[in-house]
Write a protein that binds this ligand. Sequence first.
Ligand code: ATP
Length: 327
Amino acid sequence: MQYKIKCIGLLTSGGDAPGMNAAIRAVTRTAIFNNIRVKAIYRGYKGLIADEIVDFQTQHVSNIIQQGGTILKTARSQEFKTIEGRQKAYENMQKHGIDALVVIGGDGTFTGARIFAQEFNIPIIGLPGTIDNDLCGTDSTIGYDTALNTIIEAVDKIRDTASSHERLFFIEVMGRDAGFLALNSALASGAEAAIVPELETKEDQLKSLIQNGFRKSKNSSIVIVAESEITGGANGLAERMRIEHPEYDVRVTILGHIQRGGSPTAYDRIIASRMGVAAIDALMDEQRNIMIGIVNNEIVHVPFTKAIKDDKPLDQSLLGVLHVLSI
Ligand code: ATP
């Protein structure tokens, strides 16, 4: 059977996320299975502009499903935000005979993809690769489940010392624009509270927490805080607490980049594999300019414009669950 797409370019872009390699493997093998050639583009859009493009065979993706990070490397490219940069990227695609792209990344990656696709009439399929889970139209993004599990493993360890010394810990996690990591890691680790960006401009979450009397029955507490310029993150809240409530023995832990690393969980490997297959299926089905998502365990196609809308709802009723469970 003859397919219209003969050769795809594949890249990872933006922040790395565990499970990106499982997605690279799935896209590469599904393309080759269907007689579509694969050109691996190193360092995202930067590498597309700089012509860091090589042929990929099935063995290039052997033994990577369990590895964190991305074997294709990732980068941010200011040049791709200019028409001149995108023109160079297009010329390199033509030079290598690439007639469609699969891009793995977050909202910035899809914003760039949408503009590029429109300007040069290129079919592009996106796979959601970001630990923040902040893309609309998918229940989960590749990397989110692994990051959640990394956080709870760390919080479990901090709890041992928090309870021994009867301390109040503010633990900062990633997700400056979306509270999924903070809220769900708080639930999963049995933390007393989560401070999330969705409520930053609506209420003083620290004040509410104190007024509600967090963990009246115990002296140690753990509060998971999303990084934030508004609250100052864990350091900002701890500073306030030391001034307003000197009776608490306050400590701060910023988890930082450990949240991005590590071997992907089974769930991330499975969704990355399913999404990778779905990306090639979609291209062969003449779909273009969509993100592959997963909703209620079914693969879905989400237009880029919808995926990058800044309004993925956080289930705020879960803050109530957290409150009930922390008495
Ligand atoms: P993460 O959510 O992990 O940060 P991301 O995909 O959102 O991932 P960004 O750095 O925002 O990461 O975007 C990745 C790349 O996408 C940018 O370096 C840039 O090359 C491209 N990009 C982002 N916004 C645009 C835009 N408006 N026009 C063209 N390209 C863009």
